[in-house]
Design a protein around this ligand. Structure first.
Ligand SMILES: Nc1nc2c(ncn2[C@@H]2O[C@H](COP(=O)(O)OP(=O)(O)OP(=O)(O)O)[C@@H](O)[C@H]2O)c(=O)[nH]1
Ligand SMILES: [Mg+2]
Length: 360
């Protein structure tokens, strides 16, 4: 039996199995096997025909936002409304055939927007150019899930397609730490009580990945899927924002049927485009950092940094050799215990901080 047949067989088996306490162990093990087979299939595929080429997109600006949605929901119209770019729009599906980038300057940040061809159901299995489209999303800082009033019920389907190629939308990286050893068997440390995974399921899943000696520390209550994600390793954890377009076509009570949060817009008329810009900016969680040179006043042009950036990241932004030459920094602002505090390279920056870097 070929690898693809095995995958299909296991998928059918999983679909048939009811999820409950009695089947949890069995399901965990076959899911682990499935994920491993899929990974093997991917590597085999890559060696072969060289297929699955992605779109050529170079990241630029302070952050990259990717548009994902079905055909004709108005992705290109939205790109044009947000950036003044000219991505072709039309009343028929699959107007956009490649990746069209645009730049949205907002509050001092340059935000790169990538308009992509519409995906169809089954994209993760490689239908249409779906896999290539989804692949672009792996490197995004934010995924915009774009629906229109006709596809508003399909949000879960899009998240499922993204899941199928290893993108975890709005999830944290599982807090499970595995340290492999040469001997000693599997030692499970329960930092947090596990309600889904029994001890033999944990061992079984680890064994499926060839791990027989390791310390595994659970710092959260994890599912089998989360443990498998940690073992597979190449998952991407990307935040998302949902947009519903063409709201000019419906009455307000339309929205009562929807059970997720979203920004309603009309890209065609420009309704709520400003709110969308602000929503994107907020979600990206960028901070402003101001630099100061010795004996000079604070530079009035801010550096836009990702929230969670350190003094070291600021160094990288300024010059590629700066990190090597770094001696210490002085900080003013929210992250400083007192004005002018002396800090090291790992100090966490906050919005509107001023930093002065001293070189060796
Ligand atoms: N009523 C209404 N129509 C809109 C709105 N925005 C876009 N449209 C129309 O929807 C159709 C599709 O728009 P596009 O921007 O080409 O959609 P797309 O998602 O880029 O489509 P593909 O590239 O084919 O995936 C066009 O006829 C647009 O004029 C809107 O806010 N309201
Ligand atoms: Mg388009």
């Amino acid at each position: 039996m070929g690898i693809t047949d095995k995958i299909v067989e296991i998928e059918q088996q999983i679909a048939k199995t009811q999820v409950n306490k009695a089947t949890e162990h069995h399901l965990g093990l076959i899911k682990a096997k499935l994920a491993r087979l899929k990974k093997d299939a991917e590597t085999v595929g890559k060696k072969g025909s060289g297929s699955g080429k992605g779109f050529e997109v170079r990241k630029s600006g302070n952050a990259t936002v990717v548009f994902i949605g079905y055909p004709s929901v108005g992705k290109s119209t939205m790109l044009n409304a947000l950036t003044g770019a000219e991505s072709k729009t039309a009343a028929y599906a699959f107007t956009t055939l490649t990746c069209i980038p645009g730049m949205m300057p907002y509050k001092g940040a340059d935000i790169q927007l990538l308009d992509l061809p519409g995906i169809i159901a089954g994209a993760k299995e490689g239908k249409g150019r779906g896999k290539e489209v989804l692949a672009v999303a792996r490197n995004a800082d934010l995924i915009l899930i774009i629906l229109d009033v006709f596809t508003a019920q399909q949000r879960d389907k899009i998240i499922e397609e993204l899941h199928g190629i290893g993108i975890r939308v709005d999830q944290e990286f599982p807090n499970i730490h595995i340290h492999q050893n040469d001997k000693g068997g599997i030692n499970i440390i329960y930092g947090v009580k596990q309600t889904h995974l029994k001890e033999d399921t944990i061992r079984g899943i680890l064994n499926e990945y060839g791990i027989f000696n390791a310390n595994i520390n659970f710092r959260q209550d994890a599912t089998a899927d989360q443990l498998i994600d940690v073992l597979i390793g190449n998952r991407k954890y990307v935040p998302s924002l949902t947009v519903i377009n063409k709201v000019d076509l419906v009455k307000p009570d339309f929205f009562k049927t929807l059970h997720y949060s979203f920004i309603p817009i009309s890209a065609g008329s420009g309704y709520n485009i400003d709110k969308l810009k602000e929503g994107i900016y907020q979600k990206l969680n960028l901070i402003h950092v101001y630099t100061k040179r010795k004996g000079e006043k604070v530079d009035d042009k801010a550096l836009m940094m990702r929230n969670g950036s350190t003094v070291g990241d600021v160094c990288d932004e300024l010059h590629r050799d700066m990190r090597k030459l770094f001696k210490y920094a002085q900080i003013w602002g929210k992250s400083a215990k007192f004005p002018g505090q002396k800090v090291g390279i790992d100090h966490l920056m906050q919005d509107d901080d001023v930093v002065q870097i001293f070189k060796r």
